[in-house]
Design a protein around this ligand. Structure first.
Ligand code: KIV
Ligand code: ZN
Length: 538
């Protein structure tokens, strides 16, 4: 056992010259993963742990090894490969749980054992059937046992926000004396309010014996939608670690969302005087990776990482954005990993935004022509919720639009290779912009990949696809599928979409729509435009 005194926590208030570091403890792989709809295989956990480490997370809670053999194995594989962040594992105050943590963490560069026990009267009586003294003794024994294996031990008082304050002071003091370096004060049921939790952290910092030897940590659940606000208030009260998850996943309504907390600290830096090690440009890619792994979709209007977080549709907002993006954005989309702001073209959009979007699509219209296209656009926007690039092209190109769009799909044949173990293969036949027939075939990792490869060969357009998405637009087993394909071309994000009852055909149509746009944009003389402040994107 190591007797080092543990960290001495700096004063509560940072200053502009000496901002305080807040440790980011990510529990997506533990609290997040144990919630409905978020389970991950061992290899998915490993992949995500690498992403968290690249994001700059200080501590990754990798799992709860005593919960299953699979969880233990999952933690072990993370321990073998992930070196940049501390790796924590969770244990109840049971000797067997702590041993499982120690086994799982063997060989870790920076191991941490996190032990917890319920402290609130409700939990003591109904869940544990233990009195205060018995809970305290178990906590002390667990911290001491964990310290035999590692120096870095965290102790959590489950349901702390509904625990008697004098008892919290007592048990936290005992945990520090037993060797805990981090004291976590969870709002397990998302019950507290910002001013209440701030006052509690101040009280604990002032009253717990040897409080300066430990880092106080907040772990807020989101049952009332207050997890981020409560975590920020805890920081104001002296917390120097926040436990959070990507996209806010976690038990019930989830945990404090890492991306929101980190960006609040960054955008309101002068207010909080606190910093983190997070590479904020990795927030959106990490959020998307988690969505892809779990299949849990991020709500469109979610702060920072939601699709609408930097999207503008109203004419007044679009006009302001085109003049100066500070008018309606408090952070740059690029700083959190988005390619750019989006101008969604709909019935609220104005002429300035339409003109900007048309220029991006390669059309430079004179005043009179722009006026007539704008009038047609407004009529269309009254009928459609969102006006896509293809609709705008059709408005500008009129009746000749179809022909002017370039390559057209005649037929496609795709085989998955599932039945006979052969490679997924696709062959396509197209008509090119000059009316000639082109046929090509290709293999790929999957049927869609093979078809896109065949289309790339047939058209000579090489698309670097950022996003491919299929959703159903009608219901029933004959539902229409809508596919969309997004790629960045010369720094601008372009999207193609296609609809069919056959999702492979919808995908091919989406790919071709995008490829035709690229071909046509590159043929058009580029308009001379003022330096772009935002790029429009439908
Ligand atoms: O919410 C909670 O109390 C927890 C603890 C195990 C830290 O997740
Ligand atoms: Zn929790």
């Amino acid at each position: 056992m190591n007797d080092s005194p543990g960290p001495v926590v700096p004063p509560i208030t940072g200053t502009a010259e000496t901002p305080q570091h807040v440790t980011i403890f990510d529990t997506s792989l533990r609290d997040g993963e144990q919630s409905p709809g978020c389970s991950m295989s061992a290899s998915q956990k490993l992949r995500f742990a690498h992403a968290l480490s690249e994001l700059g997370v200080d501590v990754i809670e990798a799992g709860f090894p005593a919960s299953s053999e699979a969880d233990l194995e999952g933690v072990r594989s993370i321990v073998r490969e992930v070196r940049g962040s501390s790796l924590a594992t969770l244990a109840r105050c049971h000797p067997g749980d702590i041993e499982a943590c120690a086994r799982a963490l063997e060989g870790a560069a920076k191991p941490r054992i996190h032990v917890f026990i319920s402290t609130s009267p409700l939990h003591r009586q109904h869940k544990l059937n233990l009195d205060k003294q018995q809970v305290l003794e178990r906590a002390v024994a667990a911290v001491e046992q964990a310290r035999k294996y590692v120096d870095d031990v965290e102790f959590s008082c489950e349901d702390a926000l509904r625990t008697e304050h004098d008892y919290l002071v007592e048990i936290c003091g005992a945990a520090i004396a037993a060797g805990a370096r981090t004291l976590n004060i969870p709002d397990t049921v998302g019950y507290t309010t910002p001013s209440e939790i701030r006052a509690l952290f101040e009280y604990l910092r002032d009253n717990v014996r040897d409080a300066h030897k430990a880092v106080f940590s907040a772990h807020c659940h989101n049952d009332l939608g207050l997890a981020v606000a409560n975590s920020l208030a805890a920081i104001e009260g002296g917390a120097r670690q926040v436990e959070c998850t990507i996209n806010g996943i976690g038990e019930r309504a989830g945990n404090c969302a890492l991306e929101e907390l980190v960006m609040a600290l960054r955008v309101r830096n002068a207010y909080y005087n606190a910093t983190t090690r997070i590479d904020t440009r990795r927030l959106v890619p990490t959020s998307r990776l988690l969505s892809r792994i779990t299949g849990m979709v991020v709500q469109r209007n979610k702060a920072v990482v939601g699709q609408n977080a930097f999207a503008h549709e109203s004419g007044i907002h679009q006009h302001g954005m085109l003049k100066h993006r500070g008018t309606y954005e408090i952070m740059a989309p690029e700083d959190v990993g988005w390619a750019q702001s989006q101008m969604v073209m709909g019935r609220h959009s104005g002429r300035a935004a339409l003109s900007d979007r048309l220029q991006t699509l390669g059309f430079s219209l004179d005043e009179a022509r722009l006026n007539s296209v704008f009038a047609a656009f407004k009529t269309l926007a009254e009928k459609k919720r969102e006006v896509f690039d293809a609709d705008l092209e059709a408005l500008v190109l009129g009746a000749d639009a179809k022909a002017a769009r370039g390559y057209r799909l005649v037929r496609a044949h795709v085989s998955t290779g599932v039945s006979d173990g052969s490679l997924p293969t696709a062959s396509v036949q197209l008509v090119d912009p000059d009316g000639a027939t082109v046929s090509e075939a290709a293999v790929g990792d999957g049927p869609v990949h093979a078809m896109f490869a065949a289309l790339a060969r047939a058209t000579g357009v090489d698309l670097n696809i950022d996003n491919y998405h299929v959703s159903s637009v009608t219901t029933g087993d004959d539902a229409q599928g809508q596919a969309s394909v997004t790629a960045r071309v010369d720094g601008v994000e372009l999207t193609g979409s296609g609809t069919s009852t056959d999702i492979l055909e919808a995908s091919a149509l989406a790919w071709l729509e995008l490829a035709n746009r690229v071909v046509r944009t590159q043929r058009q003389p580029q308009p001379v435009a003022a330096p772009r402040k935002v790029a429009a994107n439908a």
